[in-house]
Design a protein around this ligand. Structure first.
Ligand SMILES: [Ca+2]
Length: 281
């Protein structure tokens, strides 16, 4: 679906970029509406060189980094499953219903084909490659990234092994949404945007795909935008947003405001992880 409709960035969005608001360090409850309770003291350890050239970062950057509790991906997934327990929820791209981590295929826009990826997974909204590739260890490897046969490796596996910053980004629960594995796989590292026409390659799901681009359904565009806006601010210098993409994310954020569940989820994550997503109020 193509939409030429443009709306201005809401004043709250603009207000969130005023530095003093970000820099309030307070009690745990205050964390719900703040980016983090812990200053980003740290650059990556010396073993991890700084980010390489990334697309021009835009907007005022936060003085903090996300995931101060340093929850890794494995623990993040466990915490999230607990938060979703006991109520009915929807998968991000397909909008299919699940409860207690069991998919209800009735009325789902794709059929269960017994495919190995016809299961629930946690989708990195900002793909791991998008925040990992700018790290040198991803591109160049590291002295510690050698397997038992003496062969060197790079990429996600090396970043995971050597970079605390990568592990924090990978485990940041604000960037994880439940998805049917097949659509998670179809999205891959693709960028998001509006695609002309209405080609739906996955059943009747409103999940369009064209070359390097996917277009998610309108009801989750805001949820996705808020993850991008948050990740860009929480992990500066990686070019998660660019001058070219920021207007779309701001528009999607304004057009699809946070639902009651998104707000509740933000509070639950904040209590566990130690920081909220300030775009969710
Ligand atoms: Ca929504």
């Amino acid at each position: 679906m193509r939409s030429n409709h443009t709306r201005p960035i809401c004043s709250r969005d603009r207000a969130l970029h005023t530095a003093p608001r970000w820099m309030i360090v307070g009690a745990a409850l205050a964390c719900v509406s703040q980016m983090s309770c812990r200053p980003a003291t740290a650059q990556d350890p010396p073993s991890e060189p700084a980010a390489t050239k990334a697309p021009a970062a835009v907007g005022k950057q936060s003085a903090f980094e996300g995931n101060p509790s340093k929850i890794d991906f494995s623990r993040g997934k466990k915490h999230l499953r607990g938060m979703y327990r006991g109520a009915r929820h929807e998968t991000v791209y397909a909008g299919c219903s699940f409860r207690d981590w069991t998919l209800d295929w009735t009325g789902c826009c794709i059929a269960n084909r017994g495919h190995v990826r016809d299961r629930l997974e946690w989708e990195h909204v900002v793909p791991a490659a998008a925040f990992g590739r700018p790290l040198l260890v991803w591109k160049k490897g590291h002295a510690k990234c050698v397997n038992s046969r003496g062969k060197t490796y790079r990429g996600r596996r090396c970043a995971k092994k050597t970079s605390e910053r990568f592990r924090r980004m990978e485990g940041d629960m604000h960037n994880l949404l439940p998805s049917i594995g097949r659509l998670n796989q179809a999205r891959g590292h693709r960028a998001m945007g509006l695609i002309t026409g209405e080609r739906r390659p996955h059943g009747t799901c409103d999940f369009e795909l064209d070359g390097p681009m996917v277009e998610p359904r309108p009801a989750v565009r805001g949820d996705i935008a808020r993850a991008y806006l948050y990740m860009h601010d929480a992990y500066p210098g990686l070019g998660i947003l660019t001058e070219a993409t920021r207007p779309m994310w701001s528009r999607w954020h304004a057009e699809d405001p946070p639902s009651a569940w998104e707000k509740k989820r933000n509070e639950l994550i904040s209590a566990e992880q130690g920081n909220g997503n300030p775009y969710i109020q």
